[in-house]
Design a protein. Sequence first.
Length: 485
Amino acid sequence: MALMEWEFSEGSGDEGQFMPTGKVIETLRRHLARNEVDEAVALYETCVQQTVGHELWQEFSSASTPMRKAIANLFYRARDYQRAGDACEQLKEWSAAARAYAADHNWIKAAECVQQAGDIARAARMYQQGGQAKKAAELYYKADLLLDAAEALEIAGDLVAAGQLFLRAGDRQRAAHALARVTLQDPRFLKAVGMLAELLVQMKRPDLAIQRLSGVVLQNQPIQDGTHAALAYRLGELVTEAGASATARQAYERVRTFDPSYRDVSARLQRLAPDRPPTGSAPALRSGTLGPQVVAGPPAAPEYDDMQTMLPTDPFAPPPPGLAPLQRHTFVQRMSGYDVLKRLPIFDELSLDEMKAFYGVCEKTVFQPGEVVIEQGQPGTGLFIVRQGRLLVTQVRPDGGETELAVVPSGQYVGEMSLVDDVPTSARVSAAERVKALRVTKSRFEQFMYTHERTALRIYRSFVKTLSSRLRDQNARRGTAARRR
């Protein structure tokens, strides 16, 4: 022990004096032995240099178990959270170690300790807070929290596995949204297109399924493998149902060129009739850069046994070896509502890439006339950005009536404070008419912030500016009202 080193101590019995390090350690040991925790904490936390912490840690390694627990408690009470966490780990006090590491914002170490304690779901949340979304997803999956696992995979950028888990959890809309964003660079791109096409058919949108399949089939490029052939075959089925024999023939010919014995492709080519004009409920087709498109009367979705084999059973399995890249991509997904999002003042400082990343956490939602979006007296549920229609802000009176306070038109937002505060709302927000909106829930907002620190700083700075502006306006109104009185 370094007895000749010196510490300057304030707030102890030797206030304003230099004390030998050895004396400080001896005093701390005596306080702890007598269970004088407050005195020990007051002495420890007022020592300027770090030597005392180092020496006390050396003391910890050779102390008895009761003294080691006392030292760990001292570290935590004095807010030396890193050493407290290390000490509790050595004692195998996993929950206490996790609390210490969490207080130090060391989320990964906290997650490891919580996992040791057996709380898998909480460990997953901490891994996610620490930026390890993929690890979080694995634990959520292990805990059978499929939606949480899917959201974590979406944040981690594994959109294929995210789409698969959203589907297993029964959320077809979010599964389709994730699969639609899979890029050509992903080696599972073709399989994702096949899964997305089947989802769209199930959702009564075969027109969109045809667009997706056309983008990877109707190109000046031969079929590459069995997956590519399955997509072309499926396109042939859909456009045949739609009455577009010429397009079906083109798709089937590509399959037959790849493999003449593929399923019943030769028989299907022989059975194809000339294109028929649209009649009654039969959908019409038009050609364009996106390939044929159904514009009316979607047919019933046919059975497709290959859908469940388009992706692997295990969403965490490594991706297969990449295929030869497609030469061109004939469609680009548009981010509907993005134009409204980017005009909001709270996102003024974000770059394009940051805006696109934030758009990924937005959910499209629709409210019918009179539907309550935010209830007065209840914690807010998230940020709502109006794309179309109007929201009505009212104050509910004790007699049950409502006093109109404001109207939130298209291009404006409401509920942003619920993203940073859980206090009950002071007004009711309802749809004045049919409203289309983008919604950002608090949980998804927090997940985004944990993994996009620089973006989070800019958004919070915008929040502060908005609040400051509102406070100035409110003070000005109060001043005007006071002068009038």
